[in-house]
Design a binder for this molecule. Sequence first.
Ligand code: CA
Length: 227
Amino acid sequence: MRILVIEDEPKVAKALKQGLEGEHYDVAVASTGEEGFFRLNSETFDLLILDLMLPGRDGLEILATARQRGLATPVLILTAKDAVEDRVIGLDAGADDYLVKPFAFAELLARIRALVRRGRTDHVLRLKAADLDMDLVTRAVTRAGEPLELTPREFELLEYLMRHHRQVVSREMLARDVWKEMSRATPLDNVIDVHVARLRKKVDQGRPTKLIHTVRGVGFVLREEKA
Ligand code: CA
């Protein structure tokens, strides 16, 4: 978990770095807006802690520009005491949360954990395609809110199809990426077809909109089609 701290006050920056490293976060510190912006564009971070009052390029400008360029990293802004307007502007500019200086370190840690959890739920640990919803942590799968009972192999197969929503997936791709077998004496095609058939039954049986389709001579695709 990598955190970029953009903070110009050496004392605050040092305290943040030491405290966060003590919690086993990997911390990079930039002491000017320019340096911070450069690092944000050239490296990958899981979280940005951004002081708004910076010399040169200020925090709000950095935040607004980074969001315009598509930065999805969660951002926690630090604002001076009573600068209510800054907070509002900061949230409008794309910050996820804010903390007013001076703050208790425990409070900062709690906010960081919440942001990281939220970010993961939204972006990485949950897949959605059509009315299917897959939780990659609990491995719960629902269609239109109703739970589907899948075997581990069916789960992997559906995850692959969902990650390739509306794209045709060949049997070779499934053999390589789901079954993880490049070559073997007996082709996997029949095995794959049987698993897809079982999965399709669980996902589509009795529903007006079918999701799993065979593309003749090529493979399969997950997309919405009326029966
Ligand atoms: Ca400052």
